[in-house]
Write a protein that binds this ligand. Structure first.
Ligand code: FE2
Length: 183
């Protein structure tokens, strides 16, 4: 599978521009983590890009979100490892995270929202104006971007990263694609 095909499929299945941006952000951070760990960057990146491909198709049905995404991904040629990560990023399915790829996707997913919110509260609304230490501060404010589960972000420790480094990697990765994210 190549990125172009995956992107076409994402665009065919997801209309909401913010959701597509979330998938871009997830891809960028997954790529950065793959580089950090010497893992397969394409596999990790495309897992991030694909992970919510079924979010509109499943219309909020959390009992199928992730399952359909994994099936669609397999049809496109995704590896079983990728499909498994997509399955278990929705914890309500009860599929337990096993691999580093599974665990990485799980903790990256909510981090994108926290970092996006940290950019949007800046007067410039730009990622370049955001510093890792301000994201760290926002992390501690429970009411700030409350949808971004702090508990889930904290599972970065399961892939061997301290929160500070995880935030730094995530911020840098998102800054690297800021124009695509409109931030
Ligand atoms: Fe997501």
């Amino acid at each position: 599978m190549n990125r172009e095909e995956v992107l076409d499929s994402v665009k065919d299945n997801v209309e909401n521009a913010n959701l597509v941006k979330h998938m871009f952000a997830t891809e960028a951070i997954m790529r950065a983590l793959a580089r950090r760990f010497g893992e397969d960057e394409e596999e990790w990146g495309l897992t991030g890009l694909l992970h919510d491909i079924d979010a509109e198709l499943t219309e909020g049905d959390m009992s199928s979100h992730g399952k359909l995404g994994a099936d669609l991904s397999r049809e496109m040629g995704a590896s079983e490892a990728m499909a498994h990560a997509i399955l278990c990023h929705n914890e309500t399915l009860g599929v337990s995270s096993e691999t580093k790829l599974d665990k990485a996707l799980y903790c990256v997913d909510p981090l994108t929202g926290l970092i996006t919110a940290a950019a949007l509260v800046r007067p410039e609304k730009k990622l370049e104006a955001v510093e890792a230490k301000s994201v760290r501060k926002r992390f501690k404010e429970k009411s700030f971007a409350a949808g971004a589960s702090r508990e889930q972000i904290n599972t970065c420790i399961d892939i061997g990263l301290e929160l500070d480094e995880f935030i730094e990697i995530g911020l840098l990765a998102m800054q690297g694609i800021a124009p695509q994210l409109g931030l």
